[in-house]
Design a protein around this ligand. Structure first.
Ligand code: CTP
Length: 406
């Protein structure tokens, strides 16, 4: 993926031990297609050498406003005018205090002050000891920086380099990268609340066995990420899967279809869009044994009987809010053959405006997929692509339909 292709990022480092993460961040930005110009404060060079960052960014690092390599000797102007964003990571407590007061006694702070505020956003990733982070002075500075139009990223929590535990760590490079990609995404879903189901369900037979399926949850998680990036509030009800929660998404973990049904019912009143990507088990064992079923040596197999699970999508689609148009429902159909015919029939059976068909065995667990959008008015293919790209396309398609509604 090259999601930052064409973007020029000025990556600023102030002094902090988290500077070691900036090397990986720089590499990740370049890998996503961005061009990166690194600017370091003198304190930052105590933690990381400019040589490392020059090698990773493929450009000489700039550290001083007196750098004679700039023909007009105005590095602060030249560097900030070219940027699509200035990203300061790590942003130390001291550097944020400087920003707040408009101080400009080193190149990085001078450049932040001299940037055209309307066209060059400033994003900072704070990094400091937990006591420094909690200090009223820092919290005041964060609030004022936000009020001044600076985009202040969250901090991480957990073990700190100093040996203490708490809030204040810099986010991991991958998290900062995701936040930056989200920052650049047009907010087409502002004010929307998406409720998404994803993954398989697990229906217990006894305490150690159960029935499940091969759904990995990747498609649903990718849709959750794309919707959150487009500005929606997102609740993701996830069956048992091993996937990290997309940034900014509220995740509710469930196991069985009944759990999933309950979680969806709890959240559906607040939702404006419901996307059911989960591969919900159609049936569950009528009773789950409290103790492990044992072989008794007779060669007899246990007689399992099943009951049907609630159809979560059909239930939500029949609710008053869905019927009135306040809640837009999108179903998925995982088929093994005759995709178009099955998807059309399923759309009508489930009573949803949009049903997205895919071939289950060709996509379960894979990183790519192909989608067929089926509506009353016709069908549209989204050709084979990564689930990430398809999720972004699907979110854009739904956003268009929501906008076109009376
Ligand atoms: N779905 C649901 N609750 C169920 C079963 C399915 O919400 N108990 C949703 C799925 O999340 C998906 C859609 O309904 O969005 C279709 O799921 P699928 O398994 O393809 O269809 P089924 O209803 O199970 O029909 P069939 O088994 O006949 O293919």
């Amino acid at each position: 993926m090259t999601e930052l292709a064409g973007k020029h990022i000025v990556l600023g480092l102030s002094g902090g031990i988290a500077a070691y993460k900036a090397a990986e961040l720089c590499r990740a930005l370049v890998k996503e297609g961005a061009s990166v110009q690194v600017v370091m404060t003198e304190a930052a060079t105590q933690f990381m050498t400019p040589v490392t960052l020059q090698a990773l960014s493929n450009r000489p690092v700039v550290m001083s406003q007196w750098d004679a390599r700039e023909p007009n000797n105005m590095a602060h102007i030249n560097l900030s005018r070219e940027a699509d964003a200035i990203l300061v990571a790590p942003a130390s407590a001291d550097f944020m205090a400087k920003l707040l007061h408009g101080r400009a006694d080193d190149l990085l702070s001078l450049m932040c002050l001299a940037r055209p505020m309307d066209t060059v956003p400033l994003i900072v990733a704070p990094a400091m000891n937990r006591e420094m982070w909690q200090h009223p002075a820092t919290q005041r500075n964060v609030a004022q920086l936000k009020a001044d139009g600076t985009h202040v990223l969250a901090v991480g929590t957990g073990d700190q380099a100093c040996g203490e535990t708490g809030d204040g760590r810099m986010l991991e490079p991958e998290e900062i990268l995701q936040d930056l990609i989200a920052f650049f995404t047009p907010k087409t879903l502002q004010g929307q609340h998406w409720l998404i189901t994803a993954g398989p369900t697990f229906e217990a037979i006894d305490p150690v066995r159960g029935i499940t399926n091969l759904s990995s949850g990747k498609m649903g998680f990718a849709i959750a990420r794309a919707a959150a990036e487009a500005g929606a509030q997102v609740t993701l009800v996830a069956g048992p899967v091993h996937l990290p929660t997309p940034r900014g998404v509220q995740r509710v973990d469930v196991v069985s279809a009944q759990n999933m049904h309950q979680a969806v019912m709890n959240a559906s009143d607040a939702a404006t869009v419901f996307v059911a990507t989960a591969a919900v088990a159609d049936w569950r064992p009528a009773t789950a044994a409290e103790q492990k079923l044992k072989k008794d040596g007779s060669g007899q197999v246990p007689a399992l009987s099943f009951v049907e699970n609630p159809d979560i999508l059909a239930g939500v689609a029949q609710s008053a809010r869905a019927q009135s148009g306040a809640l837009y429902c999108v179903g998925f159909a995982a088929e093994s053959h005759d995709l178009l015919a099955h998807a059309k029939a399923k759309r009508e059976r489930k009573g949803v405006p949009l049903l997205v068909g895919n071939i289950g065995p060709a996509t379960f667990g894979q990183d790519d997929n192909a989608l067929l959008l089926v509506e009353a008015s016709g069908t549209q293919e989204l050709p084979r692509n990564s689930k990430r790209a398809l999720a972004q396309q699907l979110v854009a398609e739904v956003a268009q339909r929501l906008k076109a509604r009376p």
